[in-house]
Design a protein around this ligand. Structure first.
Ligand code: NAD
Length: 420
């Protein structure tokens, strides 16, 4: 199984990062093995009726990295490239993210190999409900709590809530987070990840002594994370020079009018054709001069090949795993880019998910202001913890964030001991 997982390039990347940190922390072999490998790898088949009457079989996965510090928490992804190794890598990163933010969770991730853009709403609903049924023996508010990720959204979470609640016979809002507000979702959850990316990017600008108002930003991805990063950055007075999505990028050196872009996107569901900017290639856009570069779409987009050509001052990693270990080596050697590593930069989502779960368990709703204030307090504390640890130890922000997190998990495992 070890070799099978390591064949996946995303898992190999997560494992390489882990090994570097484990060496830095001098973890003993037994704790190292128990921290590195996932507790449970679950694969299910998900047959559904397509709209044309055919039955089609999909494969779905859920990886629970460990349950040492609480239920596992993590998103559910619908994408053609989903496989068990990728899901396991994302579960491992979720694990470190929850530990870094000191949330009482382990990390998990799920995914179905499918292309949601080619499926009708009815097909997506049947897919989601059947996957949830197949997962019922393995999930629960005290065991595993899912949330949206690429290709899924609050509607998906609504169907999951209904499927699970129908199964047990009463509403269980704490079974997932990122639900619609009307099903006891949390105020602030939809924008939480992108808001956190923008909030931390402004913190990095402050740390570097640069003005936030008038700073420039380039954002890859205009889905949940990218769009809200764009809107929050713009609300701080940051000038958005470029944005890309799966169809390519748009560029305006004078700054994109994000209100007009929002209207265009709501109508056309793509950035292409926006009158207030020129077209630019997605890869080319990443290499343009800017203060903040925020990859908020895919993993492994900053590589050993393009890292030397980046012209940003801050790399704010909204996506999971956007920077490969090869790129990290180049960036570390350059020493002129302030990296906000993914497990910190995009932790706003899981943090507000945690708030949503707490509200659900208490049957009590917080206001959006309360949610955002608590979120910013926790993000700021973790940002200071990571940058301080990196400075004191002379290591990168990524290494510092993962070291704090992995030590937290290792200590919890040591305190619980080994059963039997
Ligand atoms: P999403 O499905 O809402 O949006 C994905 C975006 O990426 C879309 O705009 C899509 O067009 C764009 N995209 C796809 N291929 C691209 C390409 N080749 N070039 C440029 N853009 C491309 O997904 P999301 O929820 O915004 O997640 C994005 C990333 O953030 C993922 O890595 C995810 O794991 C991570 N993340 C999401 C959350 C969350 O709360 N949604 C939390 C933490 C991390």
């Amino acid at each position: 199984m070890r070799e099978d997982l390591l064949k996946n390039p995303v898992f190999a990347m997560a494992a390489e990062q882990f090994d570097q940190v484990a060496d830095f922390l001098n973890l003993t072999d037994d704790i190292r093995e128990r921290c590195k490998w996932p507790k449970r790898l679950i694969t299910v088949t998900v047959p559904i009726k397509r709209d044309d009457g055919r039955t089609e079989m999909f494969f779905g996965h859920r990886v629970q990295h460990h349950l040492t510090r609480g239920p596992v928490k993590g998103g559910l992804r619908y994408h053609p490239a989903v496989d068990l190794g990728e899901v396991a890598a994302l579960a491992m990163w979720m694990n470190w993210k929850c530990a870094l933010m000191d949330l009482p969770y382990g990390g998990g991730k799920g995914g179905i190999t499918c292309d949601p853009r080619t499926m009708s709403e009815g097909e997506l609903e049947r897919l989601t409900r059947r996957y949830t049924m197949e997962m019922i023996p393995f999930i629960g508010p005290e065991v595993d709590v899912m949330a949206p990720d690429m290709g899924t959204n609050e509607k998906t979470m609504g169907w999951m809530t209904d499927t699970y609640s129908t199964h047990v016979g009463h509403l269980v809002p704490s079974i997932v987070t990122g639900k619609p507000l009307t099903l006891q979702g949390s105020a602030g959850r939809t924008q939480a990840t992108g808001h956190g990316v923008a909030f931390l990017a402004s913190g990095a600008l402050n740390k570097l002594g640069m003005a936030v108002e008038g700073a420039t930003a380039v954002v890859q991805g205009f889905g949940n994370v990218g769009s809200h990063a764009v809107f929050t950055l713009a609300s701080y007075g940051v000038k958005i020079l470029g944005i890309s999505d799966v169809n390519g990028g748009i560029w305006n050196p004078g700054g994109i009018d994000v209100k007009a872009l929002r209207a265009h996107y709501d109508e056309h569901r793509t950035l292409s054709g926006f009158a207030g900017a020129d077209a630019i290639g997605g890869a080319e856009m990443l290499e343009q001069p800017c203060d903040v570069l925020a990859p908020c779409a895919l993993d492994r987009v900053i590589t050993g090949e393009n890292a030397a050509r980046l012209k940003c001052r801050i790399l704010a990693e909204g996506a999971n795993g956007p920077t490969t270990p090869d790129a990290d080596r180049v960036i570390d050697a350059r020493n002129d880019i302030f990296v906000i590593p993914d497990i910190l930069c995009n932790a706003g989502g899981v943090t507000v998910s945690y708030f949503e779960w707490v509200q659900n368990l208490q049957r009590f709703q917080w206001t959006e202001r309360e949610v955002i204030t608590k979120l910013e307090t926790l993000l700021h504390a973790s940002f200071e913890k990571v940058t301080g640890f990196a400075r004191r130890n002379g290591i990168s922000h990524r290494m510092a964030a993962q070291a704090i997190a992995i030590k937290t998990v290792a200590d919890a495992k040591a305190a619980r001991g080994l059963f039997p």
